[in-house]
Every structure is written in C-alpha cells, then in structure tokens.
Write a protein that binds this ligand. Structure first.
Ligand code: FES
Length: 314
C-alpha cells in the first residue's frame, strides 16, 4: 500500500522517528506489539522496521530508524526522505509477538532494538501485565523515546544502562530465575542478542520462552566456503544447479522460478520454503534452533545445502 510521510523528528543521536499515514486518510490495517512493516525505501531497497506507536492507533504507523552509514543503504535512504514523500509499504506482520498469558515478561533492548520493545512495554502496561524493561545504549544521547520511558507506568519498570558510564546490564542476574510462565524478549544488534540468548541458555531458560528479533543478519559465512549443490523442484521434478558463490534464490530466478524475497539476509522470513528432502545449511537468523534442527524448512535467500541435493516444495 502507498503511504505518505506525515512527520519526521529526531529522537536521539542518529535516530529519527518517521510517521506514515495513508494517502486518502483511510484507516491503516491493525497490528500487534512487535510487528514490523516492509518499507520500499527505493525501487531496489526494501527494509523491515518495527512499529513503535500504540497498536490501538489505526491512523498512522511510526518507525524509529538509526542512521548507519555502514548499512547497505536503507537507513541512509530513509533519513534522506522529506516530509510529504510517498512510498510503498507492506501490511504489518508480526514474527515477534508477545506470548499470551505470560506471568512475567522481561524485555531487553540494545540500541535501536528499542522500537519493538517500547511498543511491547506500552502494550503490557496497558493490560496491567507484569513486566520489566532493560534498555542498553552507548550513551544517554543515543537513548531514543526518552519521554515515553519517563511516563509513570514505564519509569518504575525500566532500567537504563549506558556503556560510557560503565553501566553494563548484569545479564546473569536479570536472567537468573527462569520459569515456565516467564518470557524473555530481546532485540538489538546481533552481538547483543547472541549474548542474551547464550546467557539465557546457560541459565536454562526454555527455548520456547526466549524470543528474539534481529535487524540484520550477523556476519555471513565466507563465500569461499560455499560448495555447489543441486535443488529439485517438487512440482515439476526439475533439477537446478546452484553454483558456489551464487544464492539459491538467484539460481532459481535465473531459471524462471521466482521466490518472493524482502530482506535477502535471512531476517524477515518472507522466502520461507518447505524442505522435502536433503539437509539445508541454515544461515538465517529467523528460524529457532528447534526449527533449524527439524530441517523441514529453510530461507533460500541466504541458506545453502549440506547435502548434494535439496528437494524443495516449489
Ligand atoms: Fe528475508 Fe529470505 S527474504 S528471510
């Protein structure tokens, strides 16, 4: 759907909040806390951004974007947009939903990972649920949405940590007492998420109670390690060669088989495909460890094959 940039404001150093509204003033599709939209920043750039306004609002979508010159162009392109700009977005999708009926929720945000976490905290607060927020940034100037965290209902439950003041979060203490009714949510840079997830595993959190949302895939495996393999299409029996250094979706597209993609980094889940036979070499950050171990689905935008042949439900 096409939307218009109604406003744009700085909320912290290098972080800007963008407010999108429908072109004709009609209500936007509803969403739940943790949802994201795909933003077509340009003809060739699609990026996922978490919604950070209240899910009860249908007149706008707000996203917070960190300007990252080292990114592949999405955040720089977003920051260059002027109020009034019109572009395409997807309807909201939620791969990071709050668990229903949790006894207690621990929300952990690193840097710009705060956007879905803020939305979740406000949703939990609105339903009088038990929760706590831990928000880690490099320095106070990089803390976004300060005024919303300062509200009475969030301030008492929010713990702030600033690296430049030596205020590291004590993950072992925060994660010390897992139980079946407690859920953990983490969003931020890959290193931050990995640290939290590994500390949670060490503290014996049930995997199903640990929820994570990546913004970008951690470092990809060196393409020099890639091996060629073949993929067989279940529908037609056609066999297609995938060369070393070529992605599976690119090999398929070259043979006229289109798989819908968005992030092309194994983050968003758009290209999720069922695996009928063979063993994928999972390189995404979308599937859980359990889902990966089942080897019955994969993200062909980034993942490859450990077996000589993969049979896919295409
Ligand atoms: Fe996003 Fe494949 S396109 S996971």
């Amino acid at each position: 759907m096409k939307v218009r940039l109604a406003s744009k404001r700085d909320v912290a150093t290098d972080i800007c909040e963008f407010e999108w509204v429908s072109i004709d003033g009609s209500p936007l599709p509803p969403f739940t806390a943790g949802a994201h939209i795909d933003v077509h920043v340009s003809d060739v750039l699609v990026r996922q951004y978490s919604l950070c306004n209240a899910p009860s609002e249908t007149h706008r979508y707000c996203v917070g974007v960190l300007r990252d010159p080292a990114s592949r162009g999405g955040s720089v392109g977003m920051h260059a947009l002027a109020v009034g700009a019109m572009l395409e977005i997807s309807a909201p999708r939620n791969h990071f939903p709050l668990a229903e009926h949790a006894e207690h929720s621990i929300l952990l945000a690193g840097g710009i990972g705060v956007t879905p976490i803020l939305c979740m905290a406000e949703a939990l607060s609105a339903s009088d649920a038990s929760f706590e927020v831990h928000y880690c940034t490099r320095e106070p100037a990089r803390m976004g949405f300060r005024e919303r965290f300062a509200r009475d209902d969030l301030a008492a439950k929010t713990h702030l940590y600033f690296d430049n003041e030596g205020g590291r979060a004590d993950l072992d203490a925060i994660l010390a007492q897992p139980c079946g009714g407690k859920h953990l949510y983490v969003c931020g840079p890959a290193g931050f998420i990995d640290a939290v997830v590994s500390r949670a595993a060490a503290a014996r959190w049930p995997e199903g109670n640990v929820h994570r949302e990546y913004f970008a895939a951690p470092g990809q495996t060196d393409a020099d390690d890639d091996k060629p393999f073949q993929v067989k299409l279940l529908s037609s029996g056609r066999v297609i060669d995938v060369k070393a250094g070529e992605t599976l979706v690119a090999a398929l597209a070259a043979q006229g088989v289109d798989v819908q993609t968005s992030c092309e980094q194994g983050v968003c889940g758009t290209c999720l495909t069922r695996v009928v036979d063979g063993t994928p070499d999972h390189r995404d950050v979308y599937l859980t460890d359990e889902e990966r171990a089942a080897n019955d689905q994969m993200l062909p935008c980034c993942s490859r094959s450990k077996s000589a042949m993969l049979v896919l439900d295409l």
